[in-house]
Design a protein around this ligand. Structure first.
Ligand SMILES: Nc1nc2c(c(=O)[nH]1)N[C@@H](CN(C=O)c1ccc(C(=O)N[C@@H](CCC(=O)O)C(=O)O)cc1)CN2
Length: 362
């Protein structure tokens, strides 16, 4: 996982803790950010613009900024709350109409602190909207067969409409075999190859779309961002975020490029985009100079950086250097409080959708 940071999902706590704001340590990822990125053209009121240098490493980038007009903040916390309220209303309506309560089963293997937190938050979110949750906690040294045994039990349990295995799994496990065991009709994470395959095909639709990329699209839709005919760049090509995000943008008729660890001059490709979704897992990788003026930026990265003033000893930052990007982009998601909360909201929405489909409830 650590060897290819750029294609990882970005919430890995194994990501290096980075000390500075908007600095990217050379060698922490396979992109080598250019030291002399050309200045972004000033797109706003030039007389009020300032030129700032926001970092102290050798990867210094001069960025054209405008302190007058900052990007609109796309508030994922707010949107996720709206979605949760909508799900809660539908869950109550379904229970009243046909007596069915949607059920979500979560399997956690091992004792990673971040995974435990995500699973706890999923459970709490289920409770809040009236979805019943089932949890299985297995020790780190479990076998694939033990995990699959629980998946098969949930596959056959009519009170369970959604099943997910919290990722990442311990290294010794075969993720592919385990995810393949989930019944595609209950695959609320959308990670089964059949669901991903359908997402990739013209004229076919998956039963479920992976939660984080679905959350990114939902943020774009709910903020009225036009996607059809636009240029989009996805940074990172992980199975759970980058790749499905690119497929979703393409399905929505954007012209999509994927930037990854072997992309030459990634900033040049990224600068073409009207919409940027970054899921690289590298703190502050995307500098202001990478962004086309007026672009919409969705930052999926959740990277811990050292912060002695924070009680946790670290704080979370995105893949995008927020303070630079918000002077260039027209809209941007913050970290935290952007895409992260959408992941769990979409999981609840997928679980409800599954129960409705299984019980043929409109
Ligand atoms: N089976 C799955 N495993 C993993 C998934 C997934 O969708 N399915 N995604 C991530 C982890 N994840 C949910 O599982 C997740 C990550 C982040 C957040 C979130 O709300 N982040 C907050 C910050 C939280 C904090 O302060 O620590 C934010 O960005 O505002 C929710 C869910 C990997 N595994």
């Amino acid at each position: 996982m650590a060897s290819s940071v750029i294609s990882d999902f970005s919430s890995s706590p194994t990501a290096r803790l980075l000390p500075f704001r908007c600095t990217v340590p050379i060698g922490a990822f396979q992109f080598q950010p250019s030291v002399s990125i050309p200045l972004t053209p000033l797109h706003l009121n030039a007389s009020r613009s300032t030129l700032s240098r926001c970092c102290s490493s050798s990867a210094v980038t001069a960025v054209a900024t405008n302190t007058d007009t900052l990007a609109k903040v796309i508030d994922g916390k707010l949107v996720s709350k709206q979605i949760k309220d909508e799900v809660a209303g539908e869950v109550a309506g379904m229970k009243e109409a046909i007596g069915v309560v949607p059920g979500l089963a979560v399997i956690l293997v091992g004792s990673r602190k971040d995974s435990q937190t995500y699973v706890r938050n999923k459970k709490k979110a289920c409770e809040a909207v009236g979805i019943k949750s089932y949890e299985v906690n297995l020790p780190e040294d479990s076998t694939d067969e033990e995990v699959i045994k629980h998946i098969l039990e949930f596959n056959n349990d009519p009170s369970v409409h959604g099943i997910l295995v919290q990722l990442p799994l311990p290294r010794h496990m075969n993720e592919e075999n385990i995810l393949n065991a989930v019944n595609i009709e209950k695959d609320v994470d959308g990670f089964h190859p059949l669901n991903i395959g359908r997402l990739a095909m013209q004229g076919r639709d998956p039963l479920f779309v992976p939660c984080t990329p679905k959350g990114c699209m939902e943020l774009l839709y709910r903020h009225g961002v036009e996607i059809k005919g636009k240029r989009a760049v996805v940074i990172g090509r992980s199975n759970i975020v980058g790749m499905p995000a690119a497929l979703l943008l393409q399905k929505a008729n954007a012209t999509v490029s994927i930037v990854h660890s072997h992309t030459k001059i990634p900033e040049e490709v990224t600068r073409q985009a009207d919409i940027v979704i970054s899921a690289a897992g590298v703190a502050n990788l995307v500098r202001g100079g990478w962004i086309k003026p007026g672009a919409v930026v969705i930052d999926v990265g959740i990277n811990p950086v050292d912060d002695a003033e924070n009680p946790r000893g670290y704080r979370l930052v995105g893949d995008v250097c927020y303070e630079e990007a918000c002077t260039v982009a027209s809209a941007i998601t913050p970290v935290p409080g952007g895409v992260g909360p959408m992941t769990i909201a979409m999981l609840l929405s997928n679980t409800l959708e599954s129960a409705k489909r299984i019980h043929d409830f409109k």
